[in-house]
Design a protein. Structure first.
Ligand code: AMP
Ligand code: TRP
Length: 349
């Protein structure tokens, strides 16, 4: 072990990813993309990735996948991510992800992956028929982050367990090859108020782009009327809003709508209750609809404008991939070298 290895410091670097699988929701925006944008004001290098290789862990129609990749890129840009400040790209364009994903499949243990709750949820009852990729998905996610030695990962609450696995993989690699601090321990950045936006139909389930009911979510591209009608029809209970947050316990739907209001207005749930406590949903829902439309409609409009010009989006993604690959290649060279894989990743060059 050299002294240099044991004192390695890692450049503050942010990595996060969003899957191109259907419409992005208000949950993706508040739980993830909005925080990606906020990090542009901080002293980090930033990589934001459309994780298309993750999407193919379940069957995808190729034409729909192409459209969805560009749509997530458009959502990134429309939300305020600036390709001059952040590296925006899609995962499949940079081979380091797949390379390191395989290596990490040889580092991670079956027992670790067996504990992943998302696999259990996604595979459902038919585990025997799930793809091997769906099972190994967290290894690829660890590779996404560690191929850049990213130190910080903004995500929603649901990704916390995957991030812990990434930390375990980094640690085991460092130990197995006796290279302390070779990989950093990436830290999750989770925004408390918007960590978990729940379904509009069931306050105990997360709002998800894969929910069969479109009424359960607000899509980033929904128009004003659709947003208003989904909020009007959102499930609630018959009680008025409480004036203290304690009163939201055991009221998941009310808690969720108050949380969405707080996240969109930039205040706390208590701020919202100080204003709306004692009022019924008949008064609160129209206010929430108006707020949601005022924040989300301009982003939706810009997304629609951007997706009219796929060549422009592709040019941004190609440029981002080039810059990402420049960061990843020397790290991959070191990985192969440390493992004894002669000429690894060099394609015979
Ligand atoms: P995915 O849609 O699974 O690709 O998720 C992309 C990002 O959005 C991840 O950081 C998730 O944690 C975040 N996210 C997805 N759904 C929600 C939700 N309902 N509430 C908060 N964050 C979410
Ligand atoms: N697994 C994440 C999700 O479903 C997406 C993702 C893939 C990701 N690779 C990542 C998030 C790396 C953060 C960092 O939401």
């Amino acid at each position: 072990m050299s002294a240099e290895n044991s004192t390695r410091t890692h450049t503050p670097r942010v990595f996060s990813g969003v899957q191109p699988t259907g419409n992005l929701t208000l949950g993706n925006y508040l739980g993830a993309v909005r925080n990606f944008v906020a990090l542009q004001e901080q002293d980090f290098e930033r990589l934001y990735c459309v994780v298309d290789l993750h999407a193919i862990t379940v069957a995808q129609d190729p034409a729909a996948l192409r459209t969805a990749i560009r749509e997530v890129a458009a959502a990134f840009i429309a939300s305020g991510l600036d390709p001059a400040k952040s590296i925006l790209f899609n995962q499949g364009r940079v081979t380091a992800h797949a390379e390191l994903g395989w290596i990490f499949s040889c580092v991670a243990r079956m027992g670790w992956l067996n504990r992943m709750t998302q696999f259990k949820e996604k595979a459902g009852k038919n585990k025997e028929n799930a793809s091997v990729g769906l099972y190994a998905y967290p290894n690829l996610m660890a590779a996404d982050i560690l191929a850049y030695r990213a130190t910080h990962v903004p995500v929603g609450e649901d990704q916390k367990q995957h991030l812990e696995l990434a930390r375990d993989i980094a640690q085991k690699f460092n130990n197995d090859f006796n290279v302390p601090d070779f990989f950093p321990q990436p830290e999750p950045l989770i925004q408390a108020e918007s960590a978990r936006i729940m379904s509009l139909r069931d306050g105990t389930k997360k709002m998800s782009k894969s929910d069969p009911s479109d009424m359960s979510r607000i899509n980033m591209t929904d128009d004003a009327d659709t947003v208003a009608s989904k909020i009007r029809k959102a499930k609630t209970d018959p009680e008025p809003l409480p004036s203290e947050t304690d009163g939201l316990a055991e009221r998941p739907e009310a808690d969720n709508l108050v949380g969405i209001f707080a996240a969109l207005s930039g205040g706390s749930k208590q701020d919202v209750l100080s204003e709306y406590g004692g009022q019924g949903f008949g008064a609160f829902k129209p206010a929430l609809a108006e707020l949601t439309v005022s924040k989300m409609a301009p982003i939706g409009d810009e997304m629609r404008r951007l997706t009219q010009d796929p060549e422009h989006i592709d040019a941004i993604l190609t440029d981002g991939a080039r810059r990402a690959a420049v960061l990843a290649r020397p790290i991959m060279d070191e990985v192969y070298d440390v493992m004894g894989l002669i000429g690894g990743g060099r394609n015979g060059a």
